[in-house]
Design a protein around this ligand. Structure first.
Ligand code: AMP
Ligand code: MG
Length: 420
């Protein structure tokens, strides 16, 4: 018969540990995306999230124009059987349309971006013509009606939907807004994210380490990961392992940030005050996930200021941040849920795994000469071995039910370019 025992974080298969999918569902159900907006010059909007639907106020390009430097002609006047000579009359430069009218038997000199003169619909690239005396050119009978011409609205049509609310603006997006003549836009306010470390063993860089002490690295990895997300960052330092100090940190963080993160102290050790503090001040939505590393992961809120209590081990901090907190921050900032893009890769080694929890191993993948992806682990995978993360370029995702793989089997990987 199965023995009764108290829930403990040492137990890998506790019934109260929820699945990774359920944890994500809970996060996206609870979190309410930011609604406040601000108006900014488009130059300041890189990586910011749009607050509204952008509709094109104009056609881009606004007029029919040439895609090449060459000569504009009416397609019906093109030579059909053999080369023909045409008189060059007038010129259309980008921004300076031709003042000459088009006449059959002649062509109009035109530059890339120049407006197509009335009556013309085709451009002969200059390198495919022979200049005879400066005033005449020879054109071969090899051209198609309508070639090398850009039409109004070819890029963007007036009145069409361009970008949806929540879109994270890229450099190309900012260029498109400029091409529409839009100089200022409304974007969502940036989330404010606070974080602190807990642990009496933690020392700051510059301090001497006494026996049992270590440098606090989690605050630095967290800071760097948050920098990638373009949020307002509030570093609350190292908080001593006392109920009073942790309570003060919770109150401070929840009053000054939309989302706050702690590391350490989420186990059930004697110095672990995170869970009871959350219980006293707010709501706990889950506190354990069937995931390795990172099982004791708490998610809750204090007055709808979202809280993530991450484990203390440095690798567990990165894995749980990237798998749960980062999607939560992105959702808070944008209102959009995006799944990371995954790839299939051939695993180059046997990996043992017990079913019942999801594992995120640190891997190195590469593309072989035949174009396939191959992956292996980055050596020791202990949750305190941060080098396993530093050497990695992907996570190897081992799903809940998996009982491991043998060398040659296919596995799912999450390249860091998609998650970090
Ligand atoms: P805890 O979750 O507080 O029991 O911590 C688990 C392990 O992570 C312990 O070995 C801690 O010393 C280590 N740890 C906790 N916080 C940090 C930190 N901020 N930087 C580096 N290691 C830490
Ligand atoms: Mg601790």
């Amino acid at each position: 018969m199965k023995k009764e025992r108290a829930a403990s974080c040492i137990d890998a298969f506790e019934a109260d540990a929820i699945s990774v999918d359920d944890a994500r569902k809970t996060i996206f159900t609870k979190i309410i995306p930011i609604k406040e907006t601000e108006k900014l010059a488009i130059r300041d909007c890189l990586k910011r999230h749009l607050a509204y639907q952008v509709i094109s106020p104009i056609d881009v390009p606004p007029h029919t124009n040439s895609a090449m430097d060459g000569y504009a002609i009416a397609g019906i006047d093109l030579p059909t059987n053999e080369a023909k000579v045409y008189k060059v009359s007038g010129a259309s430069f980008a921004g300076i349309p031709s003042s000459e009218k088009y006449q059959a038997g002649s062509v109009i000199r035109i530059m890339t971006g120049g407006v197509m003169p009335a009556g013309t619909d085709t451009v002969i690239p200059q390198e495919l013509t022979e200049v005879l005396d400066g005033k005449c050119i020879k054109i071969e009978a090899e051209h198609k009606i309508g070639q090398n011409v850009r039409h109004p609205g070819e890029d963007l049509i007036k009145g069409s939907k361009i970008f949806s609310p929540g879109r994270r603006l890229s450099a190309a997006d900012i260029g498109i807004l400029a091409s529409l003549g839009i100089g200022e836009i409304k974007v969502k306010r940036r989330p404010r994210v606070a974080f602190f470390s807990t642990g009496d063993e933690l020392r700051s860089i510059g301090d001497d380490l006494k026996e049992g002490e270590i440098y606090d690295s989690n605050r630095y990895t967290l800071f760097a990961m948050l920098k990638n997300l373009d949020v307002e960052i509030l570093d609350l330092g190292v908080i001593p392992d006392t109920q009073e100090d942790i309570t003060k940190a919770f109150i401070n963080a929840s009053e000054n940030a939309d989302l706050f993160i702690s590391t350490g102290g989420v186990s059930v050790g004697e110095a672990d005050f995170i869970k009871p503090t959350l219980k006293a001040l707010g709501n706990t939505h889950f506190w354990k996930i069937a995931v390795k590393p990172g099982r004791p992961l708490t998610f809750g809120d204090v007055n709808k200021r979202w809280f993530f209590g991450l484990p203390g081990n440095p690798v567990a901090v990165m894995v749980t941040f990237l798998q749960f907190v980062q999607p939560a921050i992105k959702y808070l900032a944008s209102g959009i849920i995006k799944k990371p893009i995954t790839l299939k890769a051939k695993c180059n080694e046997d990996i043992y795994k017990r079913p019942g929890r999801t594992e995120y191993l640190r891997g190195v993948f590469e593309q072989t000469a035949t174009g396939e992806f191959e992956v292996k682990r980055t050596g020791k995978q202990g949750s305190g071995i941060l080098m396993s993360m530093s050497l990695a370029n992907c996570f190897i995702h081992m799903p809940n039910d998996s009982s491991g793989v043998q060398a040659g089997d296919s596995v799912e990987i999450q390249p860091f370019t998609n998650v970090i």
